[in-house]
Design a protein around this ligand. Structure first.
Ligand code: NAD
Length: 361
């Protein structure tokens, strides 16, 4: 039996997470696995109910589970709260820290059927298949931050960017291991022309590369990488970078796939892995059944592959998504002329129907 903590969170989390949970239930039924789901509170929903964005009960539930399925947290309702109570900072960063999840994996794949849904030209994005590996528990987001008054320039705000050799080594090593399973290329992204932390990053990456003679390592400055991602994204296999650069570049890479609603993610390396879509809680469309559930459903597929070693079952989910897209069904974010517009639940139903068909073959 696989124990799964289910944390819908806020906004569209309540619409997309149930679709992914139903997919897992179906996979369990078809392939003889038992998934036990336990729901927990996180984010704004937890603030409203128990007064804290990351209740201890939720952390304990996660620690007692085999994997975590998360929707998204945050929304305008909670933006006025002090930083330590805001869903994004306190809940997400807190959970990553509590679980020791130091690596975020975000694949960006172009589905052929969506070649026209991206804002980039089809010939630029056709065939892209890259994996963004982002360091998740260090850097600016976790460094010491404070404000103080200056005598004559108003307030001063300070964020600190800290990385140790050990932190860099473990994420870069993981990127090399993942590249060995793919096209054997790692691009390490930094800003070594300006930042000391980046110079250390580059030194460590170069050293780690010696242990992986079968993998080619290149270095790229982050500003150039932002440009190359839209100029010629096919050049990338595995991209590894620090926390904030990865945050920005992975959202940029999401547009290669047409919509952020298509992009799954896995946060691994710690006690229990966490799977969530790459997007946020999309307050602008929450409660309207417009959200694309595919990113969350593909995150569930990543859970099967990385946490439970159920590659065949993961592949069935991924193939079912391709078949539904090939069949011309689209949620609003990937809609094109001549295609059939469906809502969140209908998209989930269509994917489950294809999973049943594939399981019989
Ligand atoms: P967002 O990702 O929620 O939305 C950006 C745009 O993409 C919106 O137009 C939204 O409608 C659209 N979108 C996102 N997911 C979609 C889906 N599945 N289907 C269709 N369209 C989709 O980012 P934002 O608007 O910057 O942030 C909204 C809230 O989410 C904020 O409170 C933010 O802090 C939070 N957030 C949370 C996470 C997380 O929980 N991991 C990540 C990013 C942002």
């Amino acid at each position: 039996m696989y124990k799964i903590a289910v944390l819908p969170g806020d906004g569209i989390g309540h619409e997309i997470v149930p679709e992914a949970a139903k997919v897992l239930e179906l996979i369990g039924k078809l392939y003889g696995h038992e998934f036990a789901f336990t729901q927990g509170l996180i984010g704004g929903a937890a603030i409203d109910e128990v007064g804290a964005p990351l209740p201890e009960e939720t952390v304990n539930l996660c620690l007692a589970s085999d994997a975590i399925l998360l929707g998204a947290v945050g929304g305008p309702k909670w933006d006025i709260l002090p930083v330590h109570l805001r869903p994004e900072g306190a809940a997400l960063l807190g959970l990553r820290k509590a679980l020791g999840l130091y690596a975020n994996l975000r694949p960006a794949i172009l589905y052929k059927a969506l070649a026209n849904a991206s804002t980039l030209k089809p010939e630029i994005i056709e065939g892209i298949d890259l994996l963004m590996v982002r360091e998740l528990t260090g850097g600016l987001y976790f460094g010491r931050k404070y404000r103080e008054d200056t005598p004559d320039q108003g307030q001063k705000a300070v964020d600190t960017l800290v990385y140790t050799e050990a932190e860099v080594e473990r994420i870069v090593r993981l990127a090399f291991q993942l590249a060995q399973l793919r096209r054997k290329q790692v691009c390490s992204v930094d800003k070594a022309n300006v930042l000391e932390s980046s110079r250390l990053w580059r030194e460590v990456a170069t050293r780690v590369a010696k242990d992986f003679p079968d993998v080619e390592l290149t270095h790229m400055y982050v500003d150039n990488c932002a440009m190359q991602l839209v100029r010629w994204p096919k050049q990338f296999d595995v991209v590894v970078t620090e926390n904030m650069f990865g945050d920005i570049l992975s959202d940029q890479a999401s547009m290669l796939s047409g919509s952020i609603g298509m992009l799954p993610s896995a946060s691994i390396g710690g006690k229990v892995a966490l799977y969530e879509p790459s997007h946020g809680s999309a307050p602008d469309i929450a409660g309207q059944k417009k959200a694309n559930p595919i990113a969350t459903i593909l995150s569930a597929a990543m859970m099967l592959r990385y946490s439970f070693q159920l590659s065949k079952e993961a592949q069935v989910i991924e193939d079912a998504v391709v078949r539904v897209l090939d069949g011309g069904y689209r949620t609003g974010d990937i809609m094109e002329e001549g295609k059939t517009l469906v809502n969140t639940e209908e998209m989930g139903d269509l994917i489950r129907k294809e999973i049943e068909t594939l399981a019989k073959q």
